[in-house]
Design a protein around this ligand. Structure first.
Ligand code: HEM
Length: 462
C-alpha cells in the first residue's frame, strides 16, 4: 500500500448531512483541554491527530477546532470562508498594529499588492549580494574552539539582513543592532501574552513588564525614525527605490496615499515575520547537522564542489540541490512555526463538518509534518526524501513550510535564498558540534527553538 492511499480523501458534504466535529478525548471538567495545552503543547497537538480529521477541543468556557488532515488544512487555507484571527493574531495585532500579517479583506489585498514587487526574482538576486555579505560576516566572526549560542547569533544575522535588504539600513548603522535587541525582548513577551491573556497582569510594574514595554516602545520609535529619515530624503529628491519607498508611496483603493501609520505597521510586520522564522530555521538546521555528521559532510562537499573555496554567491544556489533538500527536511522535522489559527467568517463546512461563523480553528505544522501517515520513517532526518524520485504527493501536501492560499508567505524565495547562503558560508568554514549543555528539546514561544542552542565551533581542517 502506498502512503497516499492510506490518507483519507475528504469530500464536501451536502448541507443536510453536515456533522459536528467529535470532541478530543480527555479534558478536565472546568478548564477542558487548556491544561493539556499548557502542560505539553506539542505532545497534546500531536495526540489530536488520532482523534480524526477535525476535532473539537475545549478551552475553559470556549472551544476551538483542530484540523489534522493535510488536505483539509489546504482547503482551510485556500477558502475565503476563513480569516486570519484567533489568539495568536489578535495578540500580534494589538501589539504590532495592522500590517499585512494581521489585516484581512481589502486592506490585506492592497497591502499584499504593495509588497509583491519587493519579493520579485530580480529583487531577490539583489538582496542575495548583501545576504552573502552578511553570511560571510557571521562566518568570519566565529572562532575555533568557542561555544556559541546559535539562536542568538542567527537572530542577529537574520534581523540585520532584513534591515539591510528591505529597509536599506547601512551595514554599520547601529539601528540594525538596536532592532535585534528590541525584537528579541518583544518576541518573548508576546508569547506570554498570547497564552495567558490576563491584561492587568501585564500592567503591573514588574521588571519583565517594564523590559517588554521599553523594547516595544524602542521598536516603534526606531521604525518611526527610519521612516522619518526616508521621508526627508524622498522630499529632498532622493530616488532610493526599495521596499520602504514603495510602502511610503502606496495608495489605497481610491488612489489616496495611505496614512504613514500603515507603512509603519507594514515594516514591523515584515521584521517580525521575517527575522524570527529565518533565525529559528537556521538554528534548528545547524543542530540537525551537528547530530548527523554524514549529512553535514555531504553538504560541505556539495558547497566545496560548487564554490571551490571562494565565498558563496547568489549565482551558486541553483547548483546546491542537496542544500535545498537539507533545508526543506529541517523545516519539516523542526519547523519554526508550530501553530496557525483562523476564524470562520461565515457559517460553512470543512470535510463534512459544520463550522458556524466565529469558530476558532487551528492546525499544527509540527504535528502534521511528523505524521507517519504522510511520511515514511517520519521522525528520521532524511533530506533525500525530497529527491524527485522519492517525493510523494502526501508528503508535499503535508509539508508546505510557507503555507498556501492568499496568506502564503511572500518571503518564501527570499528565505530560501538567505537560508542557503548563510548555511553555505558557515559549513564552508566551520563544523559545529554539540556540547554537554546543548539542549535541543523545543522551547515554545511564538516560534519553536532549541532550548539551549549551544554549538562548539570547530575548524574545518581539525
Ligand atoms: C524560514 C523562513 C520563513 C517561514 C518558514 C515562513 C512561513 C510563513 C508561513 C507559513 C506564513 C503563512 C501564515 C498563515 O497562513 O497564517 C507566512 C506568512 C508571512 N510571512 Fe513568512 N516565513 C518565513 C520567512 C519570511 C520572511 C523572510 C519574510 C519577509 C521578509 C516573511 C514575511 C511574511 C509575511 C509578511 C507573512 C504574512 C502574509 C499574509 O498574511 O498575507 N516571512 N510565513
Amino acid at each position: 500500500m502506498t502512503i497516499e492511499s492510506t490518507l483519507p480523501n475528504p469530500a464536501p458534504a451536502p448541507q443536510g448531512e453536515r456533522r459536528e466535529p467529535p470532541p478530543a478525548p480527555g479534558g478536565a471538567p472546568l478548564v477542558g483541554h487548556a491544561w493539556n495545552l499548557l502542560r505539553d503543547p506539542l505532545g497534546f497537538l500531536t495526540s489530536l491527530r488520532d482523534g480524526g480529521a477535525v476535532v473539537r477541543i475545549r478551552l475553559g468556557p470556549g472551544s476551538a477546532l483542530a484540523v489534522n488532515d493535510p488536505e483539509l488544512v489546504e482547503r482551510l487555507l485556500r477558502s475565503p470562508d476563513y480569516l486570519v484571527g484567533g489568539a495568536l493574531w489578535d495578540t500580534l495585532g494589538v501589539l504590532l498594529g495592522e500590517g499585512v500579517a494581521t489585516s484581512n479583506g481589502p486592506r490585506h489585498r492592497r497591502q499584499r499588492r504593495t509588497l509583491q514587487p519587493a519579493f520579485r526574482a530580480e529583487r531577490i538576486a539583489e538582496y542575495g549580494v548583501l545576504m552573502a555579505q552578511e553570511a560571510q560576516r557571521t562566518a568570519d566572526g566565529l572562532h575555533a574552539g568557542h561555544t556559541v549560542d546559535m539562536a542568538a547569533e542567527m537572530f542577529r544575522t537574520a534581523t540585520r539582513t532584513a534591515a539591510r535588504s528591505l529597509l536599506c539600513i547601512e551595514a554599520l548603522d547601529d539601528r540594525a543592532e538596536r532592532l535585534c535587541t528590541a525584537l528579541g525582548t518583544v518576541f518573548d513577551g508576546m508569547y506570554r501574552r498570547m497564552i495567558l491573556s490576563v491584561g492587568p497582569l501585564y500592567r503591573l510594574p514588574l521588571p519583565a513588564n517594564r523590559r517588554f514595554a521599553r523594547a516595544l516602545a524602542d521598536l516603534h520609535r526606531l521604525v518611526d525614525e527610519i521612516i522619518a529619515e526616508r521621508r526627508e530624503a524622498l522630499d529632498s529628491g532622493s530616488n532610493v527605490d526599495d521596499l520602504l519607498t514603495t510602502l511610503l508611496r502606496a495608495r489605497d483603493e481610491n488612489g489616496e496615499l495611505v496614512p504613514e501609520q500603515e507603512a509603519h505597521d507594514q515594516v514591523i510586520a515584515l521584521l517580525v515575520a521575517g527575522g524570527e522564522n529565518v533565525a529559528k530555521t537556521l538554528s534548528w538546521t545547524l543542530q540537525l547537522l551537528a547530530e548527523h555528521p554524514e549529512v553535514e559532510r555531504r553538504l560541505y562537499e556539495e558547497v566545496e564542489s560548487v564554490t571551490a573555496g571562494r565565498p558563496v554567491a547568489f549565482g551558486d544556489l541553483k547548483q546546491l540541490a542537496y542544500m535545498r533538500n537539507v533545508i526543506t527536511e529541517s523545516m519539516r522535522i523542526r519547523p519554526a512555526a508550530w501553530i496557525f489559527t483562523r476564524v470562520a467568517a461565515v457559517d460553512t463546512e470543512l470535510g463534512g463538518y459544520r463550522i458556524p461563523a466565529g469558530t476558532d480553528i487551528f492546525y499544527s505544522p509540527y504535528a502534521m509534518q511528523r505524521d507517519p501517515r504522510s511520511f515514511e520513517d517520519a521522525l528520521d532526518f532524511d533530506p533525500d526524501r525530497w529527491l524527485p524520485e522519492r517525493r510523494t504527493r502526501a508528503a508535499q501536501t503535508a509539508h508546505q513550510p510557507f503555507g498556501t492560499g492568499n496568506r502564503k508567505c511572500p518571503g518564501d524565495h527570499y528565505s530560501m535564498t538567505e537560508l542557503a547562503l548563510t548555511l553555505a558560508a558557515l559549513v564552508a568554514k566551520w563544523r559545529f558540534t554539540q556540547v554537554p549543555e546543548t539542549d535541543t528539546t523545543p522551547r515554545l514561544g511564538i516560534t519553536l527553538s532549541p532550548r539551549k542552542a549551544l554549538l562548539r565551533v570547530e575548524a574545518r581542517d581539525a
